[in-house]
Each structure stands twice: as C-alpha cells, then as structure tokens.
Design a protein around this ligand. Structure first.
Ligand code: FMN
Length: 344
C-alpha cells in the first residue's frame, strides 16, 4: 500500500501508532516499525532530555525502520515547557524520522523557531488535531501532515464531539498536506474506510495496547477483549474545557468518582489523586482496571483478541484489501447493479 503517508514517513503500510504514555516505549515502537507500520516513542515516558536520547538509541538498536516520537504539548507539572523544548531539540539532533505533536500547536506553545528547526534537521512534523480549524492552522504554519481525531478516540478528544466519519472528509477537503484518520480505528475495515474517506492512512492506539508486545498486565488484555464500544466515558471537562478538550477513558470506579467530584464542583486538588499519571502507570503493570483513569477509545468494542503486532498488521492489510475489493465489486455496469451517481 503506497500513499502520501508511506511516502512521507518511509514506512511500508499507512498505519501509525498514536502516542501512549507509559506504553509506547522502545520495544513496542520497534515491534510496530518492524511490522511495516510506524511505531511511536512517547517522550512523556521520560523525565529528562538524556533519558529520551537513550530511548531513541534503544529503539534504533531494535529496528532500522522509521518511527515517530510523540510530544504532548499540554500544560503539565512533570513536563514543563522547557523540558518539552529540550525533547524537541533532542529529536532534531537525533534526526528522528518524524514528530507527532498532540495538544497546542508548536509555534504557539514551544515557540516560532521550532518548526523551522525541524525542517532544517529533516524531521517531519505531524500535528494531531480535533477540529478542521486546527488542521488548517497546522498547514499554515508548516506542519508536514495532520492527524484528525474524532471524538471516538481514547485520550483527549476535542469538546466539539464530532465523529471521525465527518471530520476526515472535512479536513481532506480543507488541507493539501497528508491526512491521517484517528478515533475508532482498529482493523482492516477501519483502514479501508479511512482511505475511502480520502485519508492517506490511519493512526490507532487502543488496538496496539491490545497486542502481546504492549507490556501491560494480562488482566488489562482480558478487560480490553471484554469491554464494548459503550464502556468508555467522557469526563474532566471541568479541568480541560479551557483547552477545548476532555478525557475519554474506560468507565470504571475511578471515572465514576471523577464524575462525582466534577458534579460537586471539585477542583484540581480534589481530582489529582484520582487522575494522576503515576496511578495509571502502576495499573497497566499490576492489572486492576478499576483503580486508575485508563485512557481507552471506543475502538475497544472492535477488539476480540491479543495478537502479536506483526500478525495484527498483516491481518489488517489483508482485511483492508478484501474490503476495498468488495466495495469495488459493487460498482458495475451490469444490469441490476447499483445506479451510478447522476444516472436517471
Ligand atoms: C493508553 C493510552 C495512552 C495515551 N497517551 C497519550 C499521550 O501520552 N499523548 C497523546 O497525545 N495521546 C495519547 N493517547 C491518545 C492516542 O494517541 C490516540 O489519539 C487515541 O487513543 C486514538 O484512539 P484509539 O485509541 O481509539 O485508537 C493515549 C491513548 C491510549 C489508549
């Protein structure tokens, strides 16, 4: 499969892994890149520029294929702006293939010099956005590609609550740079659908969490197979609406407590013990899925097994091919076939 996305990043298949705090580490990134997709190394896993530098080296020891580094540009106590700027500089110094920026645009959050710095280093910069307006801004300030994420996505969907099905063709018609579709993507049919909507590829995260290489506890894998599309909820509007965002996470005990605190008008001090990243970090490894805020997308409803990454990618490409073939098969001039557009 050759698209503008595979041309831009030099990967074999138009499938990218999204940033995943505590999960998208060198071993998973390399497994995904070795399978022909674009693995993700998430900079938020690290506390210093040196740690990120070492993680890039570790990933390169495990794969000679391209991978992307996620920098989440949102206010954070653990990851202040100066550290994010250092992460960006390290990626340019290391000449990684590409950066996935999620959150505020680089030009505004890190400074106007950063996109030119990436261009100078030959590092491609992709922006994950949740609205058409932000995709247009990304193109204007020089990003090489955009990912448009519908509100099905796990993590931090935009508060507009618009679906991937509507956002992808909207963005495709508004920008000229390559567009990746995210939110609700989990199998070959998702890939075929996104390509049919005009996207150049897809990004997914929950589906990669449900692979043997993701490193989470077996109970988490079991939960991912059991939960359905209506088992996630949207919360934290009280904290995140100032950024136009909210959180989509697994509906569990902690998220019900978060909802109660929000209803009572609680603030960050009340919410922090429930939503802390450290709490999620422990749960991914220890396996009690009720005990932390676990960011997961509606795509969890499409997950029925825990394959190896290589098997997942091969299966997706075969499924996508079949789905596209089946769709093309519906178009025929034979009598009884579907009427073509504009036919009488
Ligand atoms: C476990 C997990 C952790 C995530 N952490 C981050 C993160 O650190 N930064 C980020 O930009 N997005 C993060 N996301 C969001 C994903 O990158 C992606 O936008 C979203 O999950 C796509 O929807 P899907 O999971 O249904 O495929 C995370 C998602 C998951 C599932």
């Amino acid at each position: 499969m050759k698209t503008r996305m595979t041309d831009l990043f030099g990967c074999r298949y138009p499938i990218q892994c999204g940033g995943m705090l505590w999960i998208a580490e060198p071993s998973l990134a390399a497994a995904i890149s070795n399978a022909g997709a674009l693995g993700n190394l998430t900079s938020g896993n690290y506390n210093s520029a040196d740690d990120l530098r070492a993680a890039i080296d570790d990933t390169r020891r495990l794969t000679d294929k391209p991978f992307i580094v996620n920098i989440t540009t949102m206010p954070s106590i653990r990851l202040p702006v100066e550290l994010l700027q250092d992460f960006f500089r390290v990626c340019c110094e290391k000449k990684v293939t590409a950066l996935e920026i999620a959150g505020a645009p680089v030009d505004r959050f890190l400074g106007p010099e950063f996109i030119p710095m990436a261009k100078e280093a030959g590092v491609k910069v992709l922006h994950k956005v949740g609205t058409v307006k932000h995709a247009v801004h990304a193109q204007k300030v020089g990003y090489d590609a955009v990912t448009i994420a519908g509100f099905e996505e796990g993590g931090f969907p935009h508060m507009d609550n618009v679906s991937t099905l509507v956002l992808v063709p909207r963005v495709v018609s508004e920008v000229d740079i390559p567009v990746l579709a995210a939110g609700g993507m989990a199998n070959g049919r998702s890939l075929a659908a996104a390509l049919s909507l005009g996207a150049d590829g897809i990004m997914m995260a929950t589906r990669f969490l449900a692979t043997r290489e993701s490193g989470v506890h077996a109970n988490i894998h079991k939960v991912l197979m059991e939960k359905k599309e209506n088992d996630t909820s949207l919360n934290l509007q009280s904290l995140l609406s100032a950024f136009g965002l909210q959180v989509r996470a697994l509906s569990n005990t902690v998220m019900r407590q978060v909802a109660e605190v929000e209803q009572k008008g609680g603030d960050l001090t009340d919410l922090l013990p429930l939503i802390s990243g450290e709490r999620a970090k422990a749960v991914w490894k220890e396996g009690n899925a009720e005990e932390a805020m676990l960011t997961i997308g509606q795509s969890v409803g499409l997950i029925e097994d825990i394959p190896g990454v290589d098997e997942l990618i091969r299966r997706m490409i075969e499924e996508a091919r079949q789905a596209l073939d089946e769709a093309v098969g519906l178009l025929s001039d034979d009598e009884g076939a579907l009427p073509r557009k504009n036919s009488a």
